[in-house]
Design a protein around this ligand. Structure first.
Ligand code: PLP
Length: 387
C-alpha cells in the first residue's frame, strides 16, 4: 500500500507539470449557455453536437418512460432490466444504421471494454490505430489477444502487420472520428484491407453517429460501408444523441454472441428506460429536423475560415471537433483561462489525453450554437493571439 504522503507527492508532481485536472460545477444549462460559479459561460466544450440534450421531445419521452418504468432498470438486461423501451430502441438503432441487429450498453466505455474481448481472445490478433480512444485500448488489453498498434491511419503499416500475422482470428479496431483531432479514419480502405486479410473491422463512431453521413446515419454510411458483414459498428448515445449509453450493430449471430459473452453487458445494470426512450425520441428528431447537420457544417466552415489567420496550428478536420494546437501545457491552460475570463468555455486538453508537446484547445461546435456565438469565440481568440 502507498502511504497517504506519497499521494501528496504524486499530486504535487501533477501540479508542477500543469497536469492536475479539476472539475467545474455546472448549475444550470440553457443551450450552450452554462451557469458556472455564478457566471454564464458560452460553452464550446460539450459533445452535444446536434443540441439534442435539452430538446423538449427528448425530455418528454424521458418523463413519460420514468412515469411508467421508474428511474432505473434495477438489474442487468439478462435478469430483469430489459424493458419495452430497450427492445424498441435496439430495433430502431439497427434500422437506422442499416444492420440486422443492435445491442445497447450502459456507456461507450463499457461497450468497448466488453466488445473487444467478446470478439477476440488469446491466440487471436487485434490491430489498433495509435490514436484510438482510451476505452478501445483498454478493451484490447483485456482481450488478451496479441496487440498490434499501427501508426495513426497508416494503411501500409497496417497491411504489413496483417500480412505478417498468423493468428486465426483478426480484428482491426479504429475510431471513426478521432476524438482529440477531429479527422475521419479511411474506413473504406480499412474495410478493403480487412476483406483481403479475412479480418473483422470494428468502428467506434462516438463522434460521427447522428452527425455524419446521410440523415446522420454515421461514418460507416458516409464511407458507403454500412452494410458490410465484416463491420462491427459501435456508437455512443451520450454525444450527438445528447443522452447516455452506447450500442453495437452488426450481423445477427455476431450480436447474439456479444450478448452471450460481453461481460460489461451481462454484469452491468441496464440503461434506465428514461434514457433509452429519450434516445428513441432523438432519432425521430434527427429525421424530423434535418436542418441540424447542415447548420453544424456551416458553423464549422465559419470557424475554420476565421481561425485560418490566427497563429496557432489548426488540424485538418471537417467535423465538429476543431482543435487549436498550442503545444505547451501551461500555455494551453492560460489560453483556456483567458477565454473563460471573457465568458467562453473552451477546454485545454493535455497529455496523457494527447501526445506530449501537443496540448490544445479542443473547440467543439453544436447545432445549438448560432453564427454570433462562433463570431464571439473568433473575436476572443484574435484578442488573445499574443498571449
Ligand atoms: C466518448 C467516447 C467513448 C466513451 O463513450 P461514453 O458513452 O462516454 O462512455 C468511446 N469512444 C470514443 C471515441 C469516445 O469519444
Amino acid at each position: 500500500m502507498n502511504a497517504p504522503a506519497s499521494f501528496e507527492a504524486r499530486l504535487a508532481a501533477l501540479d508542477a507539470a500543469s497536469l492536475r485536472r479539476t472539475r467545474r460545477v455546472v448549475q444550470a444549462k440553457d443551450g450552450p449557455q452554462l451557469q458556472v460559479d455564478g457566471r454564464t459561460l458560452l460553452s464550446f466544450a460539450s459533445n452535444d453536437y446536434l443540441g439534442l440534450s435539452q430538446h423538449p421531445a427528448l425530455i418528454a419521452a424521458a418523463q413519460e418512460a420514468a412515469a411508467r418504468y421508474g428511474v432505473g432498470a434495477t438489474a442487468s438486461p439478462l435478469v430483469c432490466g430489459h424493458e419495452g423501451p430497450h427492445k424498441a430502441l435496439e430495433a430502431q438503432l439497427a434500422a437506422f444504421v442499416g444492420r440486422p441487429r443492435a445491442l445497447c450498453f450502459g456507456s461507450g466505455y463499457l461497450a468497448n471494454v466488453g466488445l473487444v474481448p467478446a470478439l477476440v481472445g488469446r491466440g487471436d490478433a487485434v490491430f489498433s490505430d495509435a490514436l484510438n480512444h482510451a476505452c478501445l485500448i483498454d478493451g484490447v488489453r483485456l482481450s488478451r489477444a496479441e496487440a498490434h498498434v499501427y501508426p495513426h491511419v497508416d494503411l501500409a503499416a497496417l497491411a504489413a502487420q496483417l500480412t505478417a500475422s498468423t493468428a486465426q482470428r483478426k480484428l482491426v479496431v479504429t475510431d471513426a472520428v478521432f476524438s482529440m483531432d477531429g479527422n475521419i479514419a479511411p474506413l473504406r480502405e480499412l474495410l478493403a484491407l480487412c476483406e483481403r486479410h479475412d479480418a473483422l473491422l470494428m468502428v467506434d463512431d462516438a463522434h460521427g453517429f447522428g452527425v455524419l453521413g446521410p440523415g446522420g446515419r454515421g461514418s460507416a454510411a458516409l464511407a458507403g460501408i454500412a452494410e458490410s458483414p465484416r463491420l462491427v459498428y459501435m456508437a455512443t448515445l451520450g454525444k450527438a444523441l445528447g443522452c447516455a449509453g452506447a450500442f453495437v450493430a452488426g450481423e445477427a449471430q455476431l450480436v447474439e454472441w456479444v450478448l452471450q459473452r460481453a461481460r460489461t453487458y451481462i454484469f452491468a445494470t441496464a440503461l434506465p428506460a428514461m434514457a433509452v426512450a429519450a434516445v428513441g425520441a432523438g432519432l425521430q428528431v434527427i429525421a424530423d429536423e434535418p436542418w441540424r447537420q447542415p447548420h453544424l457544417r456551416q458553423l464549422v466552415a465559419q470557424l475554420r475560415a476565421g481561425m485560418a489567420t490566427l497563429p496557432w496550428r489548426l488540424l485538418q478536420s471537417d467535423t465538429a471537433i476543431q482543435p487549436l494546437i498550442v503545444g505547451d501545457n501551461a500555455r494551453a491552460l492560460a489560453l483556456s483561462d483567458a477565454l473563460r475570463e471573457r465568458g467562453l468555455w473552451v477546454p485545454a486538453i493535455r497529455p496523457p489525453t494527447v501526445p506530449e508537446g501537443t496540448a490544445r484547445l479542443r473547440i467543439s461546435l453544436s447545432a445549438a450554437h448560432g453564427e454570433a456565438d462562433v463570431a464571439r469565440l473568433l473575436d476572443a481568440l484574435a484578442e488573445l493571439q499574443t498571449l
